[in-house]
Design a protein around this ligand. Structure first.
Ligand SMILES: *[C@@H]1O[C@H](CO)[C@@H](O)[C@H](O)[C@H]1NC(C)=O
Ligand SMILES: *[C@@H]1O[C@H](CO)[C@@H](O)[C@H](O)[C@H]1NC(C)=O
Length: 347
């Protein structure tokens, strides 16, 4: 019975938010480097796999709408940092001339591995984390750095490369490079070639419990480097404290619904009650919206009724008052001679 009404509300909510997103938040691409020179920009750097970013979208649209009227010279925008691969470069460009960039999202992963902090050592991992060359915007020169990632239980490692930008080849040869080996030594089989230049996102997995990353750089020039998510996993069957991904990987169950795609296929983030207003059109959200709309309507109705009653009462009273006054005035106007002449006449 209630279904058609619920559906109408769904459509209304979706249309409402997509209008806001379209009208008030500018979706940026790599032309931003030119565009940013005119006016001021408030930029949300986001990643499509990031749940925080999706959740903030309706709020961001709201900010865009309000700023359009209160501060029209400030452009509210967003930029897919994984697609244009240049998050660090853009941060750098902005910090060069403008205020330092603050990021909203903080990683809640096991470890953020800066490779240069672990040169020629081995790191024991058990869950998931992020690997970057170091904490600065551009990686260092003259590096020869070998880092081994080792898992005990679970027994394999997934590496998801989500951004990659090392110095371009010189005469067809990588001068800076990252190579991944499937084992605990450089003589293990390579699972990537020596990577350099710009590389689109991709993933590799180990057959055993170790991967070796070899990062080498020459003495001139450097770029923004790379970001690699690692996940410790094993094949099915999963143990009690593990989550079974749709692709049959078993990962630590604490990684489910943490907004990071740690399965590699997104299945650990696909059935989460994210409270994401745009995507989540499940009944509870709709029911809440419906109740809210009805409640607001009732309040407005009640207010109108009370106002009408008060007005009616007030005008009735006013009328009575007016009549009374007029009555008084009529009687007051019946002056006697005494009112004009006073008692003088009698004396
Ligand atoms: C790591 O080992 C390589 C090769 O043995 C060496 O050239 C390099 O200097 C070492 N790096 C550090 C930071 O110790
Ligand atoms: C899981 O994989 C199957 C096909 O293998 C696909 O049809 C289904 O949509 C996937 N489910 C999720 C949650 O990704």
């Amino acid at each position: 019975m209630a279904a058609p009404c619920v559906r109408t509300v769904t459509v209304f909510v979706i249309v409402f938010f997509s209008c806001l997103a379209g009208a008030h938040v500018v979706e940026l691409d790599d032309r931003f480097n030119e565009a940013r020179k005119s006016g001021k920009w408030l930029v949300e750097f986001y990643a499509p796999w990031c749940g925080h970013c999706q959740r903030i979208q309706p709020i961001w649209s709201d900010v865009g709408e309000k700023m359009k009227f209160s501060h029209p010279h400030i452009h509210v925008s967003r930029l897919d940092g994984t697609r244009y691969g240049v998050l660090k470069e853009i941060e750098y460009l902005l910090t060069e001339e403008d205020e330092p960039v603050r990021t909203l999202s903080t990683l809640q992963l096991e470890l953020k591995v800066y490779l240069t902090d672990y040169c020629n050592t081995s790191i024991a991992i058990s869950s998931a984390g992020l690997i970057e060359p170091d904490s600065s915007l551009y990686y260092q020169s003259n590096l020869d750095c070998t880092v081994i990632l080792t898992v005990n239980n679970p027994s394999r490692i997934l590496l998801q490369f989500y951004r990659f930008f090392l110095e371009e080849r010189v005469n067809g040869v990588c001068v800076d490079s990252l190579t991944v080996f499937d084992g605990s030594a450089e003589n293990s089989p390579a699972i990537t070639e020596a990577l350099c230049g710009r590389v689109d996102s991709f993933e590799v997995e180990s057959t055993g419990s170790d991967v070796t990353l070899v990062f080498q750089t020459d003495d001139d020039g450097s770029n923004s480097g790379f970001g690699i998510f690692y996940t410790a996993f094993n094949d099915v069957p999963c143990s009690a404290d593990q989550f079974q991904c749709n692709n049959s990987r078993c990962i630590d169950s604490t990684l489910v619904c943490d907004t990071y795609n740690m399965c590699g296929d997104g299945s650990d983030e696909s059935n989460c009650d994210t409270g994401d207003v745009v995507a989540d059109t499940g009944l509870p959200m709709i029911a809440i919206v419906g109740i809210l709309v009805v409640a607001i309507f009732l309040v407005v109705l009640l207010y109108a009724a009370i106002r009408a009653a008060i007005n009616k009462h007030k005008s009735k009273k006013l009328m009575e008052q007016l009549m009374n006054e007029m009555q008084k005035n009529v009687s007051a106007n019946q002056f006697t001679d005494e009112d004009f002449w006073g008692s003088e006449k009698n004396s």
